[in-house]
Design a protein around this ligand. Structure first.
Ligand code: SF4
Ligand code: SF4
Ligand code: SF4
Ligand SMILES: [Zn+2]
Length: 543
């Protein structure tokens, strides 16, 4: 079967209905009915609606109570929010922020617009009545975008009929909607939940509940390596060094996929409006870090408002964390979490918050930070960048003899794990004797690598061709060997499923390895080695 490449996939475009012009970048407000709309003419009263915000999400009761303490004001029950702004009757009521220590505060407000409100807007029945109106008014538009999503799912399922279908289920609202749409379109398919082990406890129980309630099979993928062990080896993740996404999320999912008989078509709930980084995401893509997967995104153009309307219309079970006020429900300890969501964690999950904060402070102290507490509490840990510390532990030299030969002298003895890293370079021949193993990789190639485990030298005879490129690739593999923390992050680049971590040791299955070179090329290096990209200090070859 021909391999699918991103360029082919991105050529597909699915237009939205012209009737829904503007659905995807604005929410409108009918000032007569006092409800938000997907369209700019109110289907109930036919008056022209005005643009209210780029997007909106509901403010839940628990969240509203929190805002009441921040604003010291009793608030109406039918409220919406977009980022740090809270809206009442389609206008900004106040904006809040969180200080560097994660405490919320009021930035600006127009709370005096509440002075003329009827007492009924503070009653729970008011919100209930308004939601009924809101769902009724948006029903037709929602049905139209639902039909578009279902048509898209049908089309992609047919186009990739030779693949197993799954839904990438994160435990967030978008994946709940995606799973529901996929089930309506093509029936129940397994949900794949990548449990990073950094999820909120509520997310884990919610995922199981959603699968059970809706009759989905659940595939759960967990990392082999322990998060805190890797924090010790690589340093806590930061916004720049998000190694956990590779190790705790992509790698376990890749491992799960490698056990499936066929490649995978995964429907995910990614939306372009989620962030500027996602604004240009294609609707169908082959993502480099998931070698066996094509991703299809039925709701890529939906707003958060449309997603919530769909959840309430369909009566879907959603993650209870949204009711606490989280706008996104990702990992508890993510360096990309906003100060406000950190505040919510501190408030609602104090023991989990304290455990992570204490670990960060301890790590900062051990790393020699002057004021570890402020460094952590003021969020500087999230900006931690790659340290360029290097220790040269391998010296190359050129012995007398053929011009292109090199000998690498290691500071410590070579172990048989190095042989695993060299397998992509050619046929391996092994000669065992007296507790050591002599190996030759690539006999018959224009270049050849020879060494003995328990010795400290590795020789490479380069042929005339490809010398620079091959040398660079071999040296990169040697550096992976020197720095490997056995996180398994690189296994996903191998389309043959040949790379594995077994009993805490890196291995390449020589029978599976097709010597395609993916794991040794610079193009795949970002996913290729977590330790080389993010390690605190690097053992290196002197060049
Ligand atoms: S903590 Fe953040 S960076 Fe790490 S896996 Fe979770 S989402 Fe990715
Ligand atoms: S990526 Fe290619 S070269 Fe590397 S282990 Fe897999 S098959 Fe072998
Ligand atoms: S080679 Fe790099 S990415 Fe692969 S297991 Fe070792 S540290 Fe992780
Ligand atoms: Zn109206």
């Amino acid at each position: 079967m021909a391999k699918i490449v991103a360029e082919n996939l991105e050529a597909y475009h699915y237009d939205v209905s012209p009737n829904l012009d503007g659905v995807f970048d604005s929410v409108y407000w009918c000032s007569h009915c006092q409800i938000p709309l997907l369209v700019h003419e109110c289907p109930l009263c036919h008056s022209k609606a005005r643009r209210c915000a780029r997007d909106l999400k509901p403010v839940f009761n628990r969240e509203r109570e929190l805002f009441e303490s921040v604003t010291a004001t009793k608030l109406p029950t039918f409220l919406f929010a977009n980022r740090n702004y809270v809206y009442f009757e389609g206008r900004t009521l106040f904006a809040f922020s969180a200080d560097p220590y994660g405490e919320p505060r009021l930035v600006t407000h127009k709370l005096d617009q509440l002075n003329n409100c009827l007492p009924s807007v503070y009653q729970p029945e008011y919100a209930q009545r308004m939601w009924e109106l809101c769902l009724q008014a948006n029903r037709t538009a929602l049905e139209e975008i639902e039909a578009g999503a279902i048509e898209f799912i049908h089309r992609e399922a047919e186009r990739f009929s030779d693949r197993d279908k799954v839904v990438a289920f994160s435990g967030g609202k978008d994946s709940a909607v995606t799973a529901t749409l996929v089930k309506k379109a093509i029936g129940s398919v397994p949900l794949v939940f990548g449990d990073t082990t950094l999820e909120f406890p509520n997310t884990n129980s919610y995922v199981r509940k959603f699968a059970e309630l809706n009759g989905f099979q659940l595939f759960q993928a967990e990392p082999d390596a322990k998060f805190l062990n890797l924090c010790e080896a690589l340093g806590p993740p930061s916004r720049i060094m998000r190694w956990c996404c590779t190790v705790c999320k992509s790698r376990p999912i890749n491992k799960l996929y490698s056990r499936l008989p066929r490649d995978v078509l995964s429907f995910d709930g990614i939306r372009r409006m989620e962030s500027s980084r996602r604004a240009d995401y294609p609707r169908v893509a082959h993502i480099q870090k998931f070698s066996r997967q094509v991703a299809a995104r039925p709701i890529v153009n939906w707003s958060s408002f449309a997603v919530w309307l769909y959840i309430f219309t369909e009566g879907l079970e959603y993650n209870p964390l949204y009711e606490y006020g989280y706008s996104r429900v990702g990992c508890m300890y993510c360096p990309s979490n906003t100060p406000f969501s950190e505040y919510l964690t501190k408030l609602n999950f104090p023991s989990l918050y304290d455990a992570w904060t204490e670990y960060l402070i301890d790590y900062a102290a051990r790393s020699g930070k002057e004021d570890p507490k402020s460094y952590v509490l003021e969020g500087y840990w999230k900006r931690r960048n790659i340290l360029k510390q290097r220790a040269f532990v391998v010296e190359p030299s050129q012995p007398c003899g053929p011009q292109d030969d090199l000998v690498y002298s290691f500071e410590s003895l070579i172990t048989d794990e190095l042989v695993e890293f060299l397998k992509p370079f050619g046929q391996l021949s092994i000669l065992e004797g007296n507790g050591s193993v002599s190996f030759v990789v690539g006999s018959g190639n224009p270049f050849m690598i020879t060494g003995v485990t328990g010795d400290n030298q590795l020789s490479i005879s380069f042929g005339r061709k490809h010398t620079r490129l091959i040398r660079m690739q071999i040296e990169k593999q040697i550096e992976k060997y020197l720095n490997c923390v056995h996180c398994g992050g690189c296994a996903g680049v191998c389309l043959q499923g040949a790379i594995a971590i077994r009993d805490g040791r890196y291995s390449i299955d020589g029978n599976k390895c097709a010597r395609c070179g993916r794991c040794v090329t610079t193009k795949y290096l970002k996913e290729g080695c977590v330790a080389l990209n993010f390690g605190i200090a690097k053992k290196a070859i002197r060049r």
